[in-house]
Design a protein around this ligand. Structure first.
Ligand code: BDR
Ligand code: CA
Length: 312
């Protein structure tokens, strides 16, 4: 039986690759995709998710619901320089991004937790605003989640949003603080791990040429802007696979190594907003180490599965 999943996403370029990977993994069944403001405004995230689901045509269409339009306490910060103004490197369908949305993401997250009774995996690919709101609204229902995998944080590497913070935790540090202190079963996939893997432009071009499908064409054109950004900022022609690694870690947990820690995020600092901090030493921590913090990934296995699924 495929395991039930819910993806919560700010629908940028690496989110799109993560959604493709998840929708093409028969080990899981993506029951819902919820959106949250982050890489782009939330209406664009919802438009992008609808576009991707139409493109992928999964056998069972996931429920799509729109969530928070801004972080809990702060103004929204987006990343058009990384993902393009539309979030998909300029290839998202034109026109109004606002679509009729029946239910709110927070309610869908709670409903799905209640339905799956400890079996639901939530993979959070953006700021943790929706999950923090769900926790505030009905903590007893969110406790029915099986597992939460959150892409976020930078522990022993530089941040990607200022010197010390990773983007998702920088955008909504207050939400990250709430979720990471909730005691819920959270696995954190930080930049320390996601930056161990790079997808090179040459490889995308090589593989896309051999695959005459609309999904392959989307991957080729949708990643162009993202990869140019990495060339300018990181010096290589390619891109990091932050969000696909979070999906992979949830689908195949054995490809990552984790350490238990108590993890928190800076919400007060002027220079350190969104900085993530881990305490591994039990005796010196005031709090129980409830978070599974990823420290390593098996790159070969991940890349094999990633390419196998993306270009099929
Ligand atoms: C994270 O920030 C976003 O820009 C990416 O989609 C990813 O979720 C990486 O820091
Ligand atoms: Ca993301």
């Amino acid at each position: 039986m495929p395991r039930p999943f819910l993806l919560d996403t700010d629908a940028g370029v690496d989110d799109a690759l993560a959604i493709i990977l998840a929708l093409r993994s028969p080990e899981i069944s993506v029951r819902a995709i919820t959106t949250v403001a982050g890489n782009v405004e939330v209406g664009k995230c919802t438009r992008n998710v609808n576009y991707l689901v139409d493109l992928l045509q999964p056998p069972r269409r996931p429920e799509i619901a729109q969530g928070a339009a801004k972080p809990l306490k702060r103004a929204l910060v987006t990343a058009p320089e990384v993902h393009g103004k539309d979030g998909l490197g300029g290839v998202a369908p034109q026109g109004s991004p606002s679509l009729p949305v029946a239910k709110n993401a927070v309610d869908v997250i709670l409903e799905r937790c209640a339905l799956a009774e400890k079996k639901l995996t939530i993979v959070a690919l953006g700021p943790l605003t929706n999950l923090a709101l769900a926790w505030k609204k009905k903590p007893q229902v969110l406790r029915k989640v099986g597992k939460i995998v959150s892409m976020g944080g930078a522990f022993r590497v530089h941040g990607n949003t200022g010197p010390v913070a990773e983007f998702n935790y920088y955008v909504d540090p207050d939400a990250a603080h709430i979720v990471l202190n909730s005691g819920l079963p959270v696995t954190v996939i930080p930049l320390d791990v996601t930056e161990q893997v790079v997808l090179m432009r040459k490889e995308v071009e090589y593989r896309a040429k051999r695959r005459a499908s609309t999904v392959a064409r989307f991957i080729l054109s949708g990643t162009r802007h993202y990869m140019q950004y990495h060339r300018q900022t990181e010096g290589f022609s390619g891109g990091y696979l932050h969000d696909p690694i979070a999906v992979a870690a949830a689908v195949w947990p054995s490809i990552i190594e984790t350490k238990k820690a108590s993890v928190d995020v800076e919400t007060q600092g002027e220079l350190t907003r969104g900085m993530s901090v881990a305490e591994f030493r039990r005796h010196s921590s005031q709090r129980k180490p409830t978070v599974h913090l990823a420290t390593r990934i098996d790159r070969e296995i991940f890349l094999r599965l990633f390419h196998e699924r993306l270009w099929k």
